[in-house]
Design a protein around this ligand. Structure first.
Ligand SMILES: [Fe+2]
Length: 380
């Protein structure tokens, strides 16, 4: 995200509110038309109809929704064609959406008897369901539902999940993943860096055995074999490592008087995309302040939302384990029931992960397999 450019002119025409998202002219619906996500030049349009009240859409530019519940590796041709790398039974990420900056995968792992190394990018896992132990070059880390695991490119690792159901969203980043500047919020806001956990070294396993490391480079797997356990690191120093933060330890910034944009919920940054976490929080309390996301044409970003837990107040008919994808160029906004519903509630208990991608995303055959093809009509 680049810095806001100098405003050209604060023009106003017709009916409008001076303060965005507050006290809309009666009978109007606010649309935000903005550049650079929520950072750039912005105009608010006051319309007589929700901009999502279309009767039909012809052509490829439709909002999409996918139900990932039940999606798992199989011999299905569409699923095989969407595995961009490892196809081992224990670890076969199924890609759903991708571009040259980021790829989103669904991972249903079991205990791996080999190690994996991604030479294409950083791996950010969101643990939607399950728990276990992650073994890495830097040591081992216990993980549980709601964790983000950040694994830098080139790290050797494997999952040893427990016996419960395992469902992970993998956000593969082809650039280095960092965290946003806290600026005036201070270094301990949103999450305190002291809440981050890093791996602990374990005693070396000297059992003689052949071990395999499966390396992914340009989505092709190379298998390297060793006569010793590949995690033979007995010490390390530095500032590049695997780390973990749970969404429970992320404390969202809110305003009682103003609906903050999604960018206020940014958790990770990378080149040409951002990962945000929408977490349980109170709604705006001032009369007249909007409580639901405004209609918008986020014209510079494709927006992907993964719904993990709670009630998704702005989306009717969307449940845990589902994904929506709103491509740039077509509007989106709250579902019709969301606006009156938000007036009856004091808070949201949603847990959702958003990926905003600067370049258009492309869906895989696996995504098509689990698509709700009528999602475009869900605002009716
Ligand atoms: Fe949006």
């Amino acid at each position: 995200m680049s810095k806001k450019e100098t405003p050209l002119f604060p023009l106003r025409k017709g009916q409008h509110t001076r303060q965005a998202h507050v006290d809309l002219p009666p009978g109007t619906f606010e649309e935000e038309h903005a550049r650079q996500g929520f950072y750039g030049r912005t105009t608010h349009l006051y319309r007589l109809h929700p901009v999502t009240d279309w009767t039909r859409i012809e052509g490829p530019l439709r909002p999409h929704s996918y139900d990932l519940n039940g999606l798992k590796p199989s011999a299905d041709e569409a699923i095989r064609a969407s595995m961009f790398g490892s196809t081992e039974a224990a670890f076969a990420p199924i890609c759903l959406l991708h571009n040259s900056d980021v790829a989103l995968h669904w991972v249903v792992p079991s205990a791996m008897d080999f190690f994996y190394r991604n030479a294409d990018g950083d791996d950010v896992y969101y643990i939607h369901a399950g728990a276990g132990k992650l073994e890495t070059t830097f040591g081992a880390l216990a993980y549980a539902t709601g964790d983000y695991l950040v694994i830098p490119r080139g790290t050797t690792y494997r999952f040893l999940p427990d016996a419960t159901e395992q469902r992970y969203l993998l956000i593969e980043s082809f650039s280095e993943v960092t965290i946003p500047d806290r600026n005036q919020l201070g270094p301990n806001a949103i999450f305190d860096p002291a809440m981050i956990d890093t791996p602990e070294l374990e005693p070396y396993d000297a059992t003689p055995k052949e071990w395999a490391v499966h390396i992914k480079r340009e989505n092709q797997i190379t298998k390297v074999f060793y006569p010793f356990h590949p995690l033979d690191v007995v010490g390390w120093k530095g500032d590049l490592t695997v780390w973990r933060i749970n969404v429970k330890d992320i404390r969202p910034v809110v305003s009682a008087r103003y609906h903050l944009p999604p960018s206020a919920h940014s958790t990770f940054l990378a080149t040409n995309f951002v990962i945000c976490s929408f977490l349980p929080r109170p709604f705006e309390e001032e009369e007249g302040a909007m409580r639901v996301p405004f209609y918008h044409s986020n014209i510079d970003y494709d927006e992907v939302l993964f719904y993990s837990a709670g009630h998704f107040f702005s989306r009717d008919g969307i449940g845990a384990g589902m994904v929506t994808w709103h491509p740039q160029g077509i509007h989106h906004g709250p579902h019709p029931k969301a606006i009156p519903l938000s007036r009856t509630k004091d808070r949201t208990d949603e847990v959702a992960v958003m990926v905003d991608a600067f370049r258009p995303l492309h869906a895989t055959p696996a995504a098509a397999l689990v698509e709700n093809v009528n999602y475009w009509a869900s605002w009716k």
